[in-house]
Design a binder for this molecule. Structure first.
Ligand SMILES: NC(=O)c1ccc[n+]([C@@H]2O[C@H](COP(=O)([O-])OP(=O)(O)OC[C@H]3O[C@@H](n4cnc5c(N)ncnc54)[C@H](O)[C@@H]3O)[C@@H](O)[C@H]2O)c1
Length: 327
């Protein structure tokens, strides 16, 4: 049976990917330093190795568990923090994938699925982005995610020149939301829905950063993707890598719904989910927020046969069910 190493498997998204990989019949081993992860998200029976990616014992873990592929999610992800602490982000995210790739090479692992982000697009002129859109990240976080894609691709190329291969797929996630179970919610409170739920919990009004954008209701439009749909995309990406022989695949896919929702629409959905008006407050725009950022998803739909199934209401309702404490 195929056994995959999942880095960041104790994290919000990783814990969902873990469950979908396991449901697909693959064995999973988690490596996570628990810097933002929660050990109890990893179910009993799944090995959790508490380790930073820079730890030289990574090779031993891969050998001991006879790992055949890696899904790499372990990273720092707060855009604002990355602006304040760029070197921390370069160390954790860029040094992190470099260490991982060294270990992958040393052990001779042939499959890699990498967690990238829509942040690699920065502030595109055209709000609907395909994978061929220029990548111009506007934060150190986005830069580190893009460097990760490049590193995976470059290592794969070098291995092909040596007669080997590293089938690799980078998934550019759009705005991830929702929860697959009550104990798997997003606790980081960095994205719109957790921010709104926290405001409600604290008896505050959620903020809308900018209501004078050139969009129908004046607020920013984003592409929200349910974390369970996103997790399933990793399974089809892993299967694509496994089917690629002798390791020539190097692909990038957007993972979104291909549908935009405005900040106001999301907050209206939150009001419906919690049963009362959250009464948002309009405040100034934040620097660096593009008016519209929505994925074009034709490539992943066609090449991976993957399509998102869950809508915004499902995301908000599941996020609310997983939210604690409630007011
Ligand atoms: N949440 C989003 O909206 C979003 C959007 C786009 C991309 N991503 C990417 O998805 C991935 C997972 O994000 P998440 O939302 O689940 O975040 P998260 O913080 O919940 O999960 C990250 C996990 O990685 C672990 N980790 C971090 N650095 C590590 C290191 N150097 N060594 C070992 N373990 C380490 C953390 O302990 C945590 O369990 C990240 O790579 C992030 O960049 C997230």
């Amino acid at each position: 049976m195929a056994r995959w190493l999942l880095t960041g498997g104790a994290g919000y998204i990783g814990s969902h990917v873990l469950r979908e990989l396991a449901a697909s019949g693959r064995e999973v081993v988690v490596v996570d330093d628990l810097s933002t992860g929660i050990a109890s998200r990893v179910p009993d029976g799944v090995p959790l190795v508490e380790m930073n990616l820079s730890d030289s014992n990574l090779v031993t873990v891969m050998r001991d568990y006879q790992i055949s592929g890696v899904v790499h999610l372990a990273a720092k992800k707060a855009v604002g923090e990355s602006v304040e602490r760029p070197l921390h982000y370069y160390r954790e995210n860029v040094d992190g994938i470099a260490s991982l790739l060294e270990a992958i090479n040393e052990v001779g692992i042939g499959n890699l699925v990498y967690s990238s982000s829509a942040a690699v697009y920065g502030e595109p002129v055209n709000g609907e982005v395909g994978e061929d859109e220029p990548t111009v990240p506007t934060s150190p976080y986005g830069e580190t995610k893009l460097v990760g894609e490049w590193a995976a691709r470059a290592v794969a190329k070098a291995r092909r020149l040596e007669g080997g291969g590293l089938s690799n797929v980078s998934l550019r996630y759009f705005n991830v939301a929702g929860a697959g179970a009550a104990n798997l919610g997003d606790t980081s409170v960095a994205n719109l829905i957790p921010l709104a739920l926290r405001a409600v919990t604290n008896g505050e009004r959620p903020q809308i950063f900018g209501s004078d954008y050139p969009t129908p209701d004046g607020t920013c439009i984003r592409d929200y993707i349910h974390v369970v749909d996103l997790a399933k995309a990793h399974v089809v990406a892993a299967a694509l890598c496994e089917s690629d022989n002798p390791g020539e695949l190097s692909e990038v896919f957007n993972v979104g719904r291909g549908q935009g929702s405005s900040v106001r629409e999301v907050l209206d959905t939150v009001s419906r989910a919690i049963g009362r008006d959250v009464d948002p407050r309009d405040v100034e725009r934040r620097p660096g927020d593009p008016a519209v950022l929505v994925a074009r998803t034709e490539k992943i739909n066609a090449d991976l046969g993957w399509e998102a199934e869950l809508d915004l209401t499902a995301m908000v309702e599941s996020a609310w069910s997983a939210w604690s404490p409630k007011p």
